[in-house]
Design a protein around this ligand. Structure first.
Ligand code: CP
Ligand code: NVA
Length: 312
């Protein structure tokens, strides 16, 4: 059966920890002769309907390091961008390449691609979820606090957006505690919350940042206006007044708390320069971990089991 990775819950708990463990192994052997090339001879397409820096770089470099050929398509330069159906694109991609990473707007477009494809589909960000970012974020938490994620208390302060949703789904699979502070009107999708809670997630949604920050070991946020919401930027700036993660906000958190941000960041809006450029920030490790975790994910999705060392 073809496995896809459209959201974190496409992995079981054991599979998730297997990918995170493998990412650490791949990081350790990067640049040495011990680094495996389990995808040698394969090609993987990366299709963008939205801008990207990290996702493009980390997938292109990671696919190359696994021995495969990345093929990046910017949608506006393709027939997809001129209205060719996503299902036809899926059928065609399935004849040429061994896997596809897709960054799009509506999550239903990703699901349509996955339904019509006979190759693994990876979500490179949709309006609903950004699961490859959460793999990197969870690897970063483990680097600070050890392999078990269950003891982490994560404070999300900001928009109930694709990143917030991915934290919610991850809390259900990985077992950490999550409190999201979101202003009225910008809270996460109730369906995402109820699904995570039905899987046992310890998730709470509050309206005041202080309620999320008290005692948090991980403090995280994201831009107030995501890609596609540029016209709402001024209105959102007003709604999110007081939601900045600054030194005062970090003081409320646990004294060993780390700061994460998927990037790109807007200094002076959702985070102060003193925090993102300060000693508690782990954002550059987090960005690097996109590479290691996506390599582990692609190996797991695409390599023959006999070619995969370290996890099954
Ligand atoms: N964090 C992230 O996905 O960054 P890009 O938009 O630059 O890919
Ligand atoms: N929420 C942001 C994340 C960017 C990586 C967006 O969707 O634009």
């Amino acid at each position: 059966m073809t496995r896809h990775f459209l959201t974190i819950s496409d992995l079981s708990r054991d599979e998730l920890f297997g990918v995170l463990d493998r990412a650490a192994e791949l990081k350790a052997v990067r640049g040495t002769s011990a680094h495996p090339e389990p995808l040698r001879g394969k090609s993987i397409a990366i299709v963008f309907e939205k801008a990207s820096t990290r996702t493009r770089l980390s997938f292109e470099v990671g696919i190359h390091e696994l021995g495969a050929q990345p093929v990046t398509l910017i949608s506006k330069d393709t027939q997809l961008g001129r209205g060719e159906p996503i299902e036809d694109t899926a059928r065609m991609l399935s004849r040429y390449v061994h896997g596809v990473v897709y960054r799009t707007f509506g999550h239903e477009r990703l699901e349509a691609l996955a339904r019509a494809a006979t190759i693994p589909v990876v979500n490179g960000l949709s309006d609903k979820f950004h699961p490859v970012q959460l793999l990197a974020d969870m690897m970063t938490i483990r680097q600070s606090f050890g392999p078990s994620l269950e003891g982490a208390r994560v404070a999300w302060v900001g928009d109930g957006n694709n990143m917030a949703h991915s934290w919610i789904v991850s809390s259900a699979i990985a077992g950490f505690e999550l409190v999201l502070a979101c202003p009225p009107g910008y809270q996460p999708d109730p369906g995402v919350l109820s699904d995570a809670r039905s899987r046992g997630a310890r998730v709470e949604v509050v309206e005041r940042p202080e309620e999320a920050l008290d005692g948090a070991t991980v403090v995280t946020t994201d831009v107030w206006a995501s890609m596609g919401q540029e016209a709402e930027a001024a209105e959102r700036e007003r709604a999110f007044a007081g939601f900045i993660i600054d030194d005062a906000a970090m003081k409320r958190a646990h004294r060993d708390a780390i700061f994460l941000h998927c990037l790109p960041a807007h200094r002076g809006e959702e985070v102060s320069a003193s925090v993102i450029d300060g000693p508690r920030s782990r954002v550059w490790d987090e960005a690097e971990n996109r590479l290691h975790t996506q390599k582990a994910l692609l190996e797991w999705l695409l390599a023959q089991p006999r070619e995969v060392a370290g996890f099954g």
